[in-house]
Ligand binder design. Structure first.
Ligand SMILES: [Zn+2]
Length: 334
């Protein structure tokens, strides 16, 4: 029998969101900029503190909560079999030239959360987004599918034969770091030159061209020829990345999320499909690109889904409980 309440954490490079839910849907959600100062324990402690605040908002006794699902940016490593984050946008000690206000080499997330909670399940954010889309969203009938985000970074969550892929440290799906071009001088946060993320992520487009991805794609759509050339290149590399993943894993459906696709996917789609469909029809025929079913709260929903029982799943489906995220008041931690 599952307890009456579950906790969820969505940990990104810029913000952390903490949600408390019952079987009928989320009750309270609190967000705060991601902790990046103090000791390596700061992020785990922030998660616990925000969940406490969310409990207070929802009038739930914090001590009654024993289970937390976590959707987090990666990569992960395992230390004593517990997951630590080695994310370049949180840990300032990974890259010599990092501008982050800490020198952390890793963040011991699971061990700190386990001091408070009996059950802790942590997955990469694209893996939990994929799980949520399969449970409640656009991929409910799909067994060979992927969730892809094209925003600040590029990430994949992968499912083959109905099984989510995790890998030795939970890092399966870091296909944004696939090396694509020897000629590119674009550098990714991971250190690589010419990987997918280096060439087309929102963050790296801005570094390369001095304009945000929104400005670039808007200018391209308005007919600016220089911006159009950059957008065409970006669509090409993105399409090739999807082709490569299709060739390796025989994927049938991709759900594409993230801010770049959300705003410009309609316009980029034909060029991206061109890169997929013109190659090896035995592998690519019938491959479809779908919009997310869950949109803004997919990571929060995914975090809770990771620790849900079948009873909760049924109840959430019956009530479409995920829509309740849209109705929650916005709380930013004081
Ligand atoms: Zn990279």
């Amino acid at each position: 029998m599952q307890s009456l309440y579950l906790a969820g954490l969505d940990i990104g490079g810029t913000k952390v969101a903490a949600t408390i839910s019952d079987i009928n849907g989320p009750l309270a959600r609190i967000t705060e900029p991601t902790a990046k100062t103090g000791t390596e324990r700061a992020l785990g402690e922030q998660g616990i503190r925000l969940l406490k605040e969310a409990c207070a908002k929802a009038s739930v006794n914090f001590d009654s909560i024993d289970t937390v699902g976590v959707s987090s940016c990666g990569p992960f490593i395992k230390q004593d079999n517990l997951i630590s984050l080695v994310a370049p946008n949180i840990c300032g000690g990974i890259n010599e030239h990092s501008d982050l206000p800490n020198r952390w080499k890793s963040v011991p997330l699971e061990s700190v959360l386990r001091e408070q909670f009996g059950t802790v399940v942590i997955e990469n954010d694209c893996v939990s987004a994929l799980a949520a889309e399969r449970a409640f969203g656009a991929l409910q009938q799909a067994d060979n599918c992927a969730y892809v985000t094209w925003s600040t970074g590029i990430g994949f969550g992968l499912c083959v034969d109905g099984r989510l892929l995790r890998g030795k440290n939970g890092n399966a799906g870091h296909a944004g770091h696939m090396l694509m071009s020897e000629d590119s001088r674009a550098q990714c946060g991971c250190g690589n030159f010419g990987d997918v993320e280096a060439m087309i992520s929102g963050r790296n487009l801005e570094t390369q061209f001095g304009h945000s991805s929104a400005e670039l794609f808007n200018a391209a759509r308005a007919g600016d020829s220089k911006a159009k050339a950059i957008a065409d290149e970006s669509a090409k590399w993105f399409g090739r990345a999807l082709f490569n993943v299709t060739a390796v894993l025989d994927i049938g459906q991709f759900v594409i999320g993230g801010s770049v696709w959300q705003h410009h996917g309609d316009w980029l789609l034909p060029q991206v499909m061109q890169e997929i469909e013109t190659r090896l029809p035995a592998l690519t025929s019938g491959v479809t690109l779908l919009n997310p079913g869950l949109e803004a709260y997919v990571a929060d929903i995914g975090a809770l889904y990771l620790v849900m029982s079948h009873d909760w799943l049924d109840a959430w489906r019956k009530r479409q409980a995920w829509h309740q995220f849209d109705r929650l008041p916005v709380h930013e931690s004081q």
